[in-house]
Design a protein around this ligand. Structure first.
Ligand code: NAD
Length: 519
């Protein structure tokens, strides 16, 4: 049976979406349906002049937007929340055609922006309110911290969660009063374009949220040079390039980067839960989740039991192209990425690793399909042992002591996510605290941490700088102005006062304030 593209993804709808991309002389890029490799639409590419113009337009709109009372801005996002949920299936259609992920993951992705919006609609008033604090002289001085938007934020998003990373981060910057210029990955520009359409339907002023398209190295420099802040999600290698340029321009940057995330199974873990957790952790989104699991550490006593159940489950997974909720795993994002995943597996096998399940591409299913793959005997001199594979590939390892498991989990340059499984929660949390990782999930893979929108989520070591979510997820898009008021001039010698006397008075005043805990 031939695969029917979702009914909502019509040529007219696609043309309407891509018409938002400014492009005077940049040509086009062929955006394909991943399951079939067929061209969906010619995506306009933006020139440096187009990008500069996008910033000019966004900046003009931002000057007005930042003057809107916060409650009026939040009204737009309350409406957007309802629209995003009402259109979740249509959003999932677009996410699926451009990324090839299975529908279960596409629909979950469609829920991220409404969750983030809901959180900040509730907390923006508290986070953006001016905070009046005491000044240096009690009663006579005040200092007020005033949150001001940065201006226009450049958001650079990857292909693995194009709608979530493109729209959730941008929505947060907009709530804080900024304009946004977004650069999605060429492969996955459709769902972010649709997100902007919905935001404008909810009342977001036109021009405030711009999209520019093109290959990263072509678009990146002009985008960063015009932005007041950069929010980047992508690989560690690109993060370094972005961070360097932002640093040279003396603007802030939040960098959400790659991982090589470990899962530690403790002796007392519930094995059936662990196996199901690992199936999602390794094969969810076809292994293309930044927080997914690429290394599993098991105690000697539980290794065989886990391996046998996990391998059986992986071999039985329903992997195929479909726009319904049937398949448990979909495609990789592109034939190029499939080749990268294959090269990691081939390198591991050439250096002595054993394939327990999968290991091969599946051209019979589509141009970028790859089998759920489980390896044994992987060492750190192999690509799959030290670099992020970012595919449905995992290595199983035995450990003798918990100390050894922790040391192995920490033996990486990355520190994005870790997962620890055990029945004794205190013991599992104690292990979790010893892992050098920005996120640690106990008895879960990633969702508990990522969906906790009130807590910052980011990477440590080479996995990132800064975080999304939590208070700082919003306040990072603001500058703090310190508005200080002196009600009466008392800071200095009075006319005719001897300076020695003034200093004595000042020092005893400081002592008294300390005693009275005024300072
Ligand atoms: P990538 O770094 O190749 O690309 C990410 C984005 O940056 C794309 O839009 C790309 O076009 C752009 N880009 C590339 N070079 C650029 C340059 N020189 N200047 C400006 N922009 C440039 O990453 P990818 O392969 O698209 O995404 C997968 C990576 O993203 C994985 O490493 C994954 O772990 C990571 N990721 C991290 C998180 C997180 O929250 N930590 C979330 C999702 C994905």
């Amino acid at each position: 049976m031939t695969l029917q593209r979702p009914a909502s993804v019509t040529d007219a709808f696609l043309q309407e979406l891509v018409s938002r991309v400014p492009s005077t002389a940049g040509g086009t890029w062929k955006l394909t349906e991943v399951y079939t490799g067929e061209v969906l639409v010619e995506l306009p590419q933006s020139t440096p002049a187009d990008i500069e113009q996008a910033f000019v337009t966004a900046r003009a709109a931002q000057a007005e937007w930042s003057q809107w009372p916060l409650a009026k801005r939040l009204k737009v996002f309350k409406k957007a929340h309802a629209l995003f949920l009402a259109n979740a299936q249509k959003t999932a259609d677009l996410i699926q055609v451009e990324s090839g992920k299975n529908r279960r993951m596409a629909i979950e992705e469609s829920c991220d922006p409404p969750m983030v919006i809901s959180h900040y609609v509730k907390h923006a008033k508290r986070l953006l309110a001016p905070a009046t604090l005491g000044g240096p002289v009690p009663f006579l001085t005040t200092s007020t911290a005033i949150r001001q938007p940065k201006g226009v934020v450049g958001v650079i998003a990857p292909w693995n969660f194009p709608f979530a990373t493109g729209i959730s981060d941008a929505a947060t910057a907009l709530i804080a009063g900024n304009g946004v210029v977004l650069k999605p990955d060429n492969k996955t520009a459709l769902s972010p374009l649709w997100g902007i359409t919905m935001l404008e339907q909810a009342g977001l002023p036109k021009g405030l949220f711009q999209v520019v398209c093109g290959e990263g190295p072509d678009v990146g420099p002009t985008l960063i040079d015009n932005a007041n802040y950069v929010m980047f999600t992508g690989s560690t290698a690109t993060g370094r390039v972005i961070g360097e340029r932002a640093g040279r321009n003396l603007i802030g940057a939040c960098l959400e980067l790659g991982g090589k995330n470990p899962m530690i199974v403790l002796e007392d873990a519930q094995m059936d839960d662990v196996v199901e957790g690992a199936v999602f952790g390794v094969f969810g989104n076809t292994g293309q989740i930044c927080m997914h699991i690429e290394r599993i550490y098991l105690p000697e006593s539980r290794y065989d039991e886990f391996r046998d159940k996990f391998v059986a489950r992986a071999k039985a997974l329903d992997v195929r192209a479909s726009y319904d909720f049937g398949p448990e795993m979909g495609s990789l994002v592109s034939p190029d990425h499939k080749d990268r995943v294959q090269s990691h597996v081939d390198d591991a096998v050439a250096k002595g690793a054993t394939v327990l399940a999968g290991g091969r591409a599946r051209p019979d299913l589509g141009p970028a399909f790859f089998e759920p793959t489980i390896l044994e005997g992987v060492t750190t001199d192999m690509l799959a042992g030290s670099c992020e594979t970012f595919g449905p590939v995992v290595a199983l390892h035995r450990y003798r002591t918990v100390d050894e498991a922790v040391a192995l989990a920490n033996d990486t340059d990355y520190g994005l996510n870790a997962s620890v499984w055990g029945t004794d929660l205190d013991a599992a949390c104690a292990v979790g605290r010893r892992i050098q990782s920005g996120n640690v999930n106990i008895n879960d893979i990633l969702a508990t941490a990522f969906a906790s929108k009130g807590t910052p989520s980011g990477g440590v070591k080479q996995s990132g700088v800064g975080a999304r979510h939590g208070d700082q997820g919003l306040t990072k898009y603001t500058d703090v102005q310190n508005l200080a008021v002196l009600k009466k001039q008392v800071m200095g010698a009075r006319p005719g006062q001897d300076y020695d006397d003034y200093v004595k008075g000042m020092l005893s005043g400081l002592k008294m304030m300390r005693r009275m805990r005024l300072r």
